[in-house]
Structures are given as C-alpha cells and as structure tokens.
Design a protein around this ligand. Sequence first.
Ligand code: UFG
Length: 326
Amino acid sequence: MNICVTGGAGYIGSFIVRRLCELEHRVTVVDDLSKGHMEAVDPRAHFIQADCGDKRAMAELLAGRRIEAVVHMAASSLVGESVTAPAKYYRNNLIASLSLLDAMAEAKVSRLVFSSSAAVYGEPERQPIAEDAATVPINPYGRTKLLFEQALPDFAAAYGLGAVCLRYFNVAGALPDGTLGEDHNPESHLIPLVFQAALGLRKSITIFGDDYPTPDGTCIRDYIHVLDLADAHVLAIEAAEAGQVAAFNLGNGDGFSVRQVIESAQRVVGRPIPTEIGPRRPGDPPVLVASSEKIASQLGWDPARGDIEMILDDAWAFHQSHPKGY
Ligand code: UFG
C-alpha cells in the first residue's frame, strides 16, 4: 500500500515507518523536523520536510504519490505546555489535523489511523479504562485530541472516510539493539529521565508526588512497548473501513507506579539510581491503566513485549548507545 506517515521522524512515528517498510509498504514521511530526527527516519521511506497542515501542499502530495492511507502522528504532545500555550495545541493538533482531513477528502484518500491518547479520558474513576468510559479531558492537549476524534464521523458520513483512533497509554522502549529509541528535547518522560539519571547526565530523578491515593503514593501508569504499538498501527490500517470510525485503547492492562518503574530500572542497570521527591506535577491523574481487550478481540492485537523489564531493557540499550540522543 502507499502510506503517508505524518510525524514519521518522531519517536513513535519512526517505529511505525520502520515496521511499514519492513512489510514492504511504500512509505512517504511528512515531518517538519520541529521535533523529529532525520536519523530516525528509515532510509527505505521517502522523506518530505513539510507542514502537514498545509492543505494545498498535502492535497497535491497525497494525489501525486497515490497515497491510500494516512497515519497521522504529527502533533504537539506535552500536557504541561498545552496548559500554558493552548493556542499552539489548537493550531497544531486541531486546525492542522482538520486541514489534513480536508486535503485527504480532496485527494480521495479514505483510510486514516489517528494517534490519539489516554488523555481524552481525563481522570476516570474506574480502572482499567475501556473505550466506552466517559471522555472528559482535563487539559488542552487531551481536548484537542478528543475534538479531532469527534470530527471524524462527519467526514466518514460525507466523504466515506474510514478512521481508526488509537488511544495510547504510556509508550516506551526502543529497538532491542539500541539503534532506534526515544529522544525528546527537552525530555519530560519518566523512563528516559530515569536512564539519564542512571548515566549521571542528571543529578537524580525527581518523583512528582508521593502522596497520591495509590499503594506507594506515586502515580500509576500502563507502559506499552513502542514495537507492540507499531504492530497495532499495521492492524489498524488494515481495519480502517470506509464510512466507519473506531477507537481502540493501547496499553498492557498492567499498572506500574513511578517507584516501581525506578526499582525495575535499577535492576536493569544493576546499580542504584538517585531519586528525590518533588511536588505533584499539575494535571497528572493518579492512575491510568488501559483495558486493551477491544483491540485484542476485534483486531487480534497480541503484544509480544509487554513485560516492563523488557521495555526498560530495550530503552536502556538505546540510552547507553545514545547518551545525548541522536
Ligand atoms: N514522572 C515523574 N518524574 C519525572 C517525569 C515523570 O515522577 O521526572 C511521573 C509523572 O508524574 C507520571 C509518570 O511519571 O506520573 C509518567 O510520566 P510521563 O511524563 O512519562 O508520562 P505521562 O503519563 O505524563 O504522559 C503520557 C504520554 C503523553 C500523554 C499523556 C496523556 O507520554 O504524551 O500520557 O495522559 F500526553
């Protein structure tokens, strides 16, 4: 298939591009390189540096390259920043995405896989979270993801779009050989920061709050390996059905506290990692654990690297070989 991946130079996007290339799809990456890394883009893909919100350019590109499916990953994704700079999030995640849909309709591209987030749920009371839980986002990031999801049924009805929204929980891990992994600047995610502390690149890892209503007082998250996530995208592309919109959670169904992640990371690196306790980070729900039964039963998704130590082992391989990133 001819597949366009927006944000294909980013952490998650680069893994999806690699998997699609492995499966011999013809992949076009559109990325403005504002966050992504050229080094992470699979050389088998065709790379175009562009803004996926440029409707004219995208309509021409999609038609010219006979694109049959779009995997839309390009987005701003820092919850804290979305609170202080919401305009950027509405522009990049909502306006640009709607304009991409407009370009897809014009170029008659009818399959979309959209990178959505657990952030659409806000702070649900019941865990694990199923797709029919109430969607009440608590920050602009989550709202922009949800608003875009909500526009999709109208495009499905009017233009025959088939869309699959994948609501990611906490994506982590790397290629086991350490050649491809997570490199954000600035880094804000727990696992890369823990390994930076392990490498002595930062003094310690700060635990954001130890007074949450959880067994050890720290926040609980559901970590999913980026390779398993990439497999889910392949299934989602195949499942996108004209005129239909579906949403699936992606997690492992197991919650790990911040302390448990740090303890596992210590086992992986084989030495203590300095930690300190800091205040809560605004906007962090205490617990987010996915039920991924729907994608398992409906699309046959079967994660191969769900074990937290496996996820950490692979992430450690990347951070050791790329201590300062790409
Ligand atoms: N944490 C720390 N110290 C740090 C960094 C993180 O204690 O230095 C904690 C956080 O408070 C949170 C957990 O570790 O409890 C995980 O934090 P991350 O920043 O790694 O991930 P989030 O759960 O905040 O974010 C994830 C995705 C985001 C997405 C968000 C939606 O990485 O892209 O879920 O809920 F927006």
